[in-house]
Unconditional design. Structure first.
Length: 296
């Protein structure tokens, strides 16, 4: 568990350090530009600290090769897997949008036309690719690689999936400039962790993301790289982003409980679908490594 401790330490340790140094860092930033909000200054500062913490962890864990990062495939194979994953991601998430429309959970926004549809799909694809590249490189690339070589696939799958799901629930808290004080960093940290103090309202979305993380870890093991993971992730996010841009949630619909309040999309409906896909992949042997598997 040494590898997992390094990654968890990088995340938790830099959060605490950012909270401790938040006030002096904000004072410097505020003097440079009084319009910069406190939460944004601290968020960017934490991201910088996290990057530095991860660099230390990567060095200590000897993660430096392309294979360690999840990019060990030759470029043509990598692009083929990513493209296939993207198509499969679209194909497996679109049914959820159609089901929500059929159940009247979602309703199309007024004034939709071809230009709005094209814009929504393009924005969804760009966002999906950006999110997938960052998250898959970290979780199914580096973190999975480090933990799996110490503790095996299933330990790596569960631990990366748990952290992957949890980190999505860091809440955004805002503190006005005239209320910022020496302890504001810790107040901000407490606000960030609000969902963990009262997890029931976001439990459905957490379960969904946990199942998705397990599924992506299985794909990582099966293919020996993160190309297909990036494609799948990008496809799913593309559909979710486009759907949220083009529709609104009807909270009064009889089946609205199937969509969680966290993001207006993930919930028990998508969780059940994810469990079905995961069970099907296990039953059909799609997530087992090939007979001659690359150790990338």
């Amino acid at each position: 568990m040494r590898a997992f401790a390094w990654f968890l330490g990088a995340i938790g340790g830099t959060l605490l350090l950012a909270a401790l140094l938040a006030f002096p860092v904000w004072q410097v930033a505020h003097a440079a530009d009084p319009d910069w909000p406190f939460h944004r200054v601290v968020s960017r500062f934490w991201q910088l600290l996290l990057l530095l913490g991860l660099l230390v962890a990567l060095r200590r864990l000897h993660l430096s090769s392309r294979a360690d990062w999840g990019y060990g495939l030759a470029r043509p194979a990598f692009l083929r897997q990513a493209g296939a994953g993207f198509a499969l991601g679209l194909a497996t998430m679109l049914p959820m949008t159609l089901a929500m429309l059929a159940l009247d959970i979602l309703a199309p926004r007024a004034g939709l036309d071809a230009a709005a549809l094209l814009k929504a799909f393009a924005a969804g694809a760009l966002m999906g690719l950006a999110v997938a590249l960052v998250e898959e490189t970290f979780f199914r690339g580096l973190m999975y690689r480090a933990v799996s070589r110490e503790s095996g696939h299933w330990t790596a799958a569960w631990l990366t999936a748990l952290v992957y799901a949890a980190i999505h629930f860091f809440a955004r808290t805002k503190i006005p400039a005239d209320e910022v004080a020496w302890d504001s960093g810790f107040r901000l940290l407490g606000g960030v962790l609000t969902h963990f103090a009262n997890p029931l309202p976001v439990l459905d979305s957490f379960v969904t993301l946990l199942l998705v993380g397990l599924l992506l870890a299985g794909v990582r093991q099966r293919t020996g790289a993160i190309a297909a993971c990036i494609g799948l992730h990008a496809g799913w996010v593309s559909v979710i982003k486009a759907t949220k841009d083009l529709t609104v949630v009807d909270a009064e619909a009889a089946a609205s409980f199937l969509v969680g309040p966290f993001d207006g999309y993930t919930g028990w409906l998508v969780a059940g679908w994810s469990l079905l896909l995961f069970a099907l992949a296990i039953a059909r042997g799609w997530l087992k490594p090939p007979a001659v598997a690359s150790r990338a």
